[in-house]
Each structure stands twice: as C-alpha cells, then as structure tokens.
Ligand binder design. Structure first.
Ligand SMILES: CC(C)(COP(=O)(O)OP(=O)(O)OC[C@H]1O[C@@H](n2cnc3c(N)ncnc32)[C@H](O)[C@@H]1OP(=O)(O)O)[C@@H](O)C(=O)NCCC(=O)NCCS
Length: 233
C-alpha cells in the first residue's frame, strides 16, 4: 500500500476505505470480542446498537481481508492515552503496520485502513449539523455564517466538521482539541494541524465521494505523505 523514497520518507500512501449503509450489512455480532459485546449490551438505543455492531463487524472483516486472519480472531488495544480506559483509538495487536479508524452514525458505518501512516475517518449525516448552536461549538469564528441555513451552507458545515474530526482522529486527539479553534483543513493538500503539546503535524485530508447526498465523510492521513490515494472498497 506504500512506496518509500531512498531516504525512507513516505512518498505515497494508499488508504482503503469501506463505507456502508447499516441496513445493507449482513449480521456480524458473532464476530465481536468480549469488550465489543459488553459495550453493545450497554447501548439502549436500537439504532445506535445496530450501527455499533455493524461498524465493528465491518472493521473486523476489513482488517481480516488485509492481514489474512479470521475476523473474530483479531485483537485490538483501545487504551485511552489520557486516562487508560479502553475507549481510545483501536490499535491492532501484533499490528504488522496496519493503522485503522472507525466512524459510524445511525445509518452509515465506515472504516479506513492504511499500512503506512495513522489514519482518521469521520462520517456524519448533513442533518446532524443543522441545530442552531452548531456554528459556535464546531466552526472557527472566521468560518461562521450563523444566519445562513441553506442546504449548501449545511453541507459546507458538515464537510468542515468531518474534515476536522478526521484530522483530529488521525492524530489520536479527537475532540480533546476544541474544533472551533481549528480552521477547516483543505481537501487533497497537506496542512499543519496542532498535535499533542501543540506540535504542528502534517495532515492530508480527503473528502470522500459518497453515493448518498444526505451524508458527508472525510479521511485523513497524519505524517509526511507526498501523495495520498484513497481507494473505495
Ligand atoms: C474520537 C471521537 C472524536 C469520536 O467521536 P464520534 O463522532 O462520536 O464517533 P465516531 O463514530 O466518528 O468514532 C468513534 C470511534 O473513534 C475511535 N476513537 C476513539 N477515541 C479516539 C481517538 N482519541 N482518536 C482517534 N480515534 C478514536 C474509536 O474507534 C471509536 O469507536 P469505538 O469506541 O466503538 O471503537 C470522540 O469520541 C473523541 O474525541 N474522543 C477522544 C476524547 C478524549 O480523549 N477524551 C479524554 C477521555 S479520558
């Protein structure tokens, strides 16, 4: 999935992306591990539970297709870097270089994989950014157009949000960084995002072309990538 220059710097990164409608996915609860089953059992809302199970089964199938192990045999370390609880970014145990990111909402689940650099992924329904307080909590002050609630503006807000969340997930920071303090990264061009200890890190974000106009999604790669190719699977 990766080509390296003679200096060892990564020159090209391929990110494989699986985006699916929850309703289109086969079962898969039997693939989940003990942690995932326990988490699933605590989710009260049926749509949330369906998406959780579908997302983790999809992730297991996707990783298995790359590493060649049975989906149910894969083990993930989810240790949170902040508190040590098992709710952080999943890392494949014995990873053989595989980096992954998961995202889900009620209707869609998505997984991104790379064997080169850390990845981040986010998918959101456009309607999810339509509430009045969204610009204040999510958009940089220079990018706010609070009065405008046109369909184009809602899409712009959703694209901004998924790009930022994908970038922050690729850095394993997530929303520990205030998204309103971050300008929207461009799509397809490397930009600098502040990582932990406010260290600038190069992140390349790509908008994902989806067959559903009701959703927006983006994937991000953290680190020096001279080119990022996104492959829909
Ligand atoms: C990561 C985060 C942005 C996801 O938000 P979301 O939009 O609700 O959810 P998504 O469906 O897009 O993504 C959820 C997945 O992101 C992954 N994830 C969790 N923490 C992550 C992190 N710090 N970085 C990257 N990915 C992370 C997990 O795979 C999670 O799904 P899982 O728990 O079922 O495995 C949000 O949960 C967050 O910011 N978490 C970190 C905040 C933090 O570290 N706080 C300190 C806690 S002590």
């Amino acid at each position: 999935m990766t080509a390296s220059s003679s200096h060892g710097a990564v020159t090209a990164v391929t990110v494989d992306v699986w985006v699916r409608r929850v309703a289109d996915l086969p079962g898969g609860r039997d693939l989940l591990d003990e942690h995932e089953r326990a988490t699933l059992a605590r989710i009260v809302r049926p749509a949330t539970a369906m998406a959780y199970a579908a997302g983790h089964a999809l992730a297991r199938r996707a990783v298995a297709s790359v590493v060649g192990s049975p989906p149910s045999s894969l083990q993930f370390d989810r240790t949170c870097a902040t508190c040590g609880a098992p709710h952080g970014r999943p890392v494949l145990v014995g990873s053989r270089g595989v980096q992954l990111s998961l995202s889900r909402c009620d209707d869609w689940v998505a997984v991104a994989l790379s064997t080169a650099l850390p990845v981040g992924l986010d998918i959101e329904p456009i309607e999810g950014v339509g509430f009045p307080g969204f610009p204040d909590v999510a958009l940089h002050p220079d990018e706010r157009d609070v009065e405008n609630t046109s369909a184009d503006e809602l899409r712009r807000r959703a694209v901004s949000w998924v790009r930022k969340e994908a970038a922050l997930k690729s850095l394993a920071i997530g929303l520990r960084t205030d998204p309103a303090g971050l300008r929207t990264p461009p799509s397809g061009i490397p930009s600098e995002v502040l990582g932990d200890q406010a260290r600038p890190i190069s992140v390349t974000v790509h908008d994902l072309a989806l067959p559903w106009p009701e959703a927006a999604a983006a994937v991000a790669v953290a680190g020096q990538a001279r080119r990022v190719d996104v492959r829909h699977r």
